[in-house]
Design a protein around this ligand. Structure first.
Ligand SMILES: Nc1ncnc2c1ncn2[C@@H]1O[C@H](COP(=O)(O)OP(=O)(O)OP(=O)(O)O)[C@@H](O)[C@H]1O
Length: 325
């Protein structure tokens, strides 16, 4: 599987950065001082409940609307001072789809190639290649209005790629798609990443962020409530534990007597020891087991999932709303 995870060393330059990003609509503050730094060639997921301001961030960074304050750079360009250069460096797809339903998929692609000023032959070649890559060749001569939701999203993304942007904003790319189309889209995103493209993704789906993103930020109440890799985020909420299982009842009893803080499951001869899963805590637990001469038959580390993180950070108020779209 292609991956953008980088090794140690000099951090890659930021493809997108924001310092102190603010935006209000009337007296409603939507973004209340947001800092972001997205390394080149990585996938970043901005996660948040409905109305958190995800689309507003994308619109600002892609120059569709202006920020009230903040230093913003995309592709090495200042968003406020050089919006044209930013536009030339990026592709945007999402809730505001560029697909025209009245014309065919192919015509949509050719139109985009014209807008990008590609020579006619080159435009035809690029359109055909992308239609093929996105599995749309058979449907290319049909009106886009006849496409399924998944096909429309693929066409939308294919149109975005006509200009070969190195930074792509995907605003909720899989909202409303069935699981198979969602997995297709994920595969496409992974391929973009393998090509070195930087992807800024907004999503309401924790699983999506978990699957794709190198870094995830949770947007809540106008601020970044937490930011990190999926593993880092999972460590910040309670619920992590180490499970120890025994086959020898005597060893189990010794462990119960030693690890007072553990929850017991006497039927399964298993103990659940609260732990953040860090090396330090694991070492301390293993040292205690060793000192007491306890041998476990099975030891597993359980971290909370992103759902736990999301609902802990956003107060859980949108738990049901989240899937209702
Ligand atoms: N042009 C506008 N005028 C007034 N309010 C706006 C405008 N655009 C967005 N808002 C408000 O800003 C808030 C954030 O909207 P935004 O679309 O960025 O949220 P979101 O996180 O993308 O949500 P969703 O998942 O529902 O798309 C919402 O309360 C929305 O009503």
């Amino acid at each position: 599987m292609p991956t953008s995870k980088k090794g140690e060393g000099v951090p890659p330059p930021a493809a997108i950065s924001a310092v102190g990003l603010r935006k209000s609509f009337g007296d409603k503050t939507v973004l209340d001082g947001i800092d972001l730094r997205i390394p080149t060639g990585s996938v970043f997921a901005l996660l948040g409940p409905n109305g958190a301001g995800k689309t507003t961030v994308v619109k600002i960074l892609s120059t569709l609307i202006t920020a009230d304050a903040g230093e913003l750079r995309v592709g090495g360009h200042d968003v406020a001072a050089e919006p044209q250069a930013v536009r030339a460096a990026i592709g945007v797809t999402g809730q505001f789809s560029a697909v025209d339903g009245l014309i065919t998929g192919e015509e949509n692609m050719l139109l985009m190639a014209d807008l990008q000023h590609l020579p006619r032959q080159e435009g035809r070649r690029v359109a055909a290649e992308l239609l093929e890559r996105f599995d749309l060749t058979d449907a290319a001569k049909k009106p886009a209005s006849s496409y399924s939701g998944g096909m429309k999203r693929r066409l939308d993304l294919a149109m975005t790629l006509v200009g070969d942007p190195r930074i792509i904003f995907l605003d909720e790319p899989t909202t409303g798609l069935d699981p198979r189309s969602r997995h297709n889209m994920w595969q496409i995103i992974r391929e973009l990443l393998a090509d070195g493209v930087t992807v800024f993704l907004t999503t309401q789906y924790l699983e999506e962020a978990d699957e794709l993103a190198d870094r995830i930020a949770v947007l809540h109440d106008g601020k970044i409530a937490a930011e990190g890799s999926s593993e880092e985020l999972k460590r910040i909420v309670p619920g992590g534990h180490v499970r120890l299982r025994f086959t020898d009842p005597a060893a189990y009893r010794t462990a119960v007597a030693t690890l007072h803080e553990a929850d017991r499951d006497d039927d399964a001869l298993a103990l659940r020891v609260p732990s953040d899963g860090t090396q330090r805590e694991l070492r301390s637990l293993l040292d205690r087991l060793d000192s007491a001469g306890i041998e476990t038959d099975e030891l597993s580390v359980h971290t909370p999932d992103l759902d736990d993180v999301f609902f802990a950070l956003t107060g859980g108020t949108d738990k049901h709303k989240e899937t209702a779209r």
